[in-house]
Design a protein around this ligand. Structure first.
Ligand code: GUN
Length: 291
């Protein structure tokens, strides 16, 4: 079997073209969508992600604010900054880049954010709506994975799915979305026993470990004909690679995402789409208030 390639870059480009049209329509109505990103600390991967998100937003005509703070920023200071952005009617979307430094309680900080400005879909409101099956704003990476599956007409209904990640950014929301679509989902992580046993009986595997030195998804872990979605990003000998041993696994899987050019560009494209959703929600709530 030679796997078909899931081309995230080309699907992301199509989504960005649609988002650009929506941004232009809003601009013609006198509303300029604005995305504010918050970065705390000097983590190199986070800096690179934020730079990418800022650049992509600006390219579509989205107004950007780029707030960066030293690692020493205090919990109360971050919460005050988020509260001020909540009150700023010119800011429609706010993204707090994760991970935050250890002294900051991530969940507590995120829960201060206005759910309608929560372009990452991480606030308790958005996480709850997703859990109930009525998402308002869906986390970017899981939403991007669903878009890819839809584009290539890969239906997960009835599939055994295994997700190697249990974070609120990827594993938990994706498990909800897969279950909603009728897959039987297993969430695995670093402490899971008999990982290989679970993986080989899976029809779709989503791997989001991001530490190639610690974990590689190898050919012997994959069932022939499985769909393999690689969310991991690591740098090995200066080269970007995913969790998956791509050259070997592509001979066994039915579909596979490359790294780079797979899920990564989709995360950015969905963030921009979520920014438009947030902008529309702010217009709607303003109109509702005006009666
Ligand atoms: N860190 C890695 N990916 C993401 C993401 O999609 N959103 C946020 N906020 N932080 C991240």
């Amino acid at each position: 079997m030679n796997a078909k390639i899931i081309d995230g870059l080309s699907v992301a480009t199509k989504i960005q073209a649609q988002v650009k049209e929506q941004v232009d329509v809003l601009a013609a109505q006198g509303v300029k969508p604005c995305l504010c990103t918050i970065l705390v600390g000097e983590d190199t991967a986070s800096i690179s992600y934020i730079n990418k998100k800022q650049r992509a937003a600006a390219e579509l005509g989205i107004v950007t604010k780029d707030l960066r703070f030293p690692t020493t920023l205090k919990q109360e200071e971050l919460e005050k900054i988020i509260s001020e952005l909540n009150a700023d009617s010119l800011v429609h979307g706010v993204l707090v880049q994760l991970p935050l430094p250890d002294h900051i309680d991530q969940n507590k900080a995120i829960s201060v954010l206005d759910p309608f400005k929560d372009v990452d879909g991480l606030t308790p409101f958005n996480a709850g709506m997703l859990l109930k099956g009525s998402p308002i704003i869906t986390p970017c990476t899981p939403a991007g994975i669903l878009e890819l599956l839809d584009f290539y007409k890969i239906d997960v209904v009835g599939m055994d799915a295994t997700i190697i990640n249990r974070s609120s950014l990827v594993g938990k929301p994706l498990a909800c979305l897969f279950a909603e679509r009728g897959a039987s989902v297993t969430i695995c992580h670093s402490k899971s026993r008999r990982l290989q046993e679970k993986l080989v009986r899976s029809e779709i595997i989503v791997s989001a470990v991001g530490n190639r030195e610690k974990f590689t998804l190898t050919e012997d872990m994959v069932n022939s004909n499985a769909v393999v979605i690689d969310v991991g990003i690591s740098r090995v000998n200066g080269r970007i690679c995913g969790d998956v041993d791509f050259d070997a696994v592509k001979n066994k899987a039915s579909w596979i995402t490359p790294v780079p050019g797979g899920v990564g560009p989709m995360t950015v494209a969905i963030l921009l789409r979520n920014t438009v959703t947030s902008t529309r929600l702010s217009i709607k709530s303003r109109n509702d208030l005006a009666g």
